[in-house]
Design a binder for this molecule. Structure first.
Ligand SMILES: [Zn+2]
Length: 193
């Protein structure tokens, strides 16, 4: 008899305990919340694809290049195409250059034009590579981005090929006060020797 009561009590506590745990974990999940993910599932990381050879351009004569989407599609990985040609944004903290602290130059992953330098890179804690200025202002163009009506942003792109890079915000550090928030997939890093 005592044994049965004991089992009944143990069961009750067991059920109550697991309900408590289930509620807790769903509450914790709610607190974190679902993260908006505009990234196509098939191209979670650029690391999955083989990087093609790119001709790096440290100086530029101002000549622009124009290619069709079909041509770019052949040259770029799905993730690069999504970001550079479709104004996509990689998920925060998924890019391979966010935490890169090596000294060197960041080039456009589509056309190879030099865009940013490690000298101007800083940790913005946003999950994307961040710079307070471009290597050369002539190489990085700006347009008004009204894709989010409540928040008009300034889009930045490679001036040579028109490839979308990211956005620039005015909450960066000194001396410019700017934050160029750039997708890793739009960049190719070359370490300085
Ligand atoms: Zn480019």
């Amino acid at each position: 008899m005592t044994g049965r009561i004991f089992i009944a009590i143990a069961l009750l506590f067991g059920i109550a305990g697991s309900t408590f745990l289930a509620n807790r974990s769903s509450a914790e999940l709610k607190k974190v919340g679902p993260v908006a993910d505009p990234t196509p599932a098939r191209s979670n990381s650029r690391k999955l694809t083989t990087q093609r050879e790119l001709v790096f351009l440290d100086t530029w004569d101002g000549t622009k290049i124009a290619k069709t989407d079909a041509e770019w599609k052949k040259e770029l990985s799905p993730m690069e195409f999504y970001v550079l040609r479709q104004q996509g944004t990689e998920r925060a903290y998924t890019g391979d250059l966010t935490d890169n602290k090596k000294q060197g130059t960041y080039y456009c992953a589509a056309c190879g034009l030099a865009l940013f330098s490690s000298k101007h890179k800083y940790d913005s804690e946003t999950g994307w590579p961040s710079f307070y200025q471009p290597l050369n202002k002539a190489n990085v163009g700006e347009t008004e981005d009204k894709s989010i009506p409540e928040e008009v942003r300034t889009e930045v792109h490679c001036n040579r090929c028109g490839g979308h890079l990211g956005h620039v915000f005015d909450d960066g550090p000194e001396p410019t006060g700017l934050r160029y928030c750039i997708n890793s997939a739009a960049l190719r890093f070359r370490e300085s020797k």
